[in-house]
Design a binder for this molecule. Structure first.
Ligand code: MN
Length: 209
């Protein structure tokens, strides 16, 4: 992901709002990007405006610095910085025209860890259904390079705990409620149909360095 610092620009979607139809609907994409992500971006900038000493810090550094962030904006940085970071991964992680099943080194590692791509999908779906309340489910690598499926609550980000993100699904209700109502299972299936496996492969390779 390209490193940015203050003042953060609203991330530009790499595809049209309707590009992921019929799996992810246009209205959800518009609200999710233009309202939810924009609000996180604006609120992150508003918090950072109070602390010029942080203006040269990347988003990654801000999210990994926890207790070194001044108390008056610590929660705002955690929630809104996480909201920006996590949504960029989520939006980049979908594509209408990329491969939807990983290949190469990532597929090898998934097969060694979970048995097969289908076994991984089954496990990931079960874990995504288990996220209680608002949060995300991630496939990450840990510091030893092992694959792990981890949940994060609210807008917490796995990089704050030293993990490298590979794949993420947003399971906040705003990500699917307009089209899928309370049927998170069918949303997860639809999300897999537009998974940007090439982005995931690149993330895996980048995380190993
Ligand atoms: Mn979201």
């Amino acid at each position: 992901m390209k490193k940015q610092c203050y003042k953060f620009q609203l991330f530009k979607l790499p595809y049209a709002y309707d590009a992921l139809e019929p799996y992810i609907d246009t209205k959800t994409m518009k609200l999710h990007h233009d309202r939810h992500l924009k609000t996180y971006t604006d609120k992150l900038n508003a918090a950072l405006a109070q602390c010029p000493e942080l203006h040269s810090w990347s988003l990654e550094r801000l999210l990994c610095s926890g207790n070194n962030i001044p108390m008056k904006i610590r929660n705002d940085v955690r929630n809104n910085g996480g909201g920006v970071y996590n949504h960029i991964y989520y939006f980049m992680g979908m594509s209408p025209d990329a491969e939807h099943v990983p290949g190469g080194e990532l597929l090898d590692k998934i097969c060694r860890t979970f048995g097969s791509w289908d076994e991984f999908k089954k496990k990931f779906k079960t874990c995504a259904l288990d996220v209680f309340g608002s949060g995300y489910l991630w496939l990450v690598t840990d510091r030893r390079g092992c694959l792990k499926i981890v949940q994060t609550a609210n807008q917490d980000s796995p990089i704050s705990k030293g993990f490298c993100p590979i794949i993420v699904i947003d399971v906040w209700e705003h990500a699917y409620y307009l089209k899928h109502y309370n049927d998170r299972a069918s949303y997860i299936d639809d999300w897999f149909a537009v998974l940007n496996a090439e982005f995931a492969e690149d993330n895996y390779i980048a995380g190993l360095c």
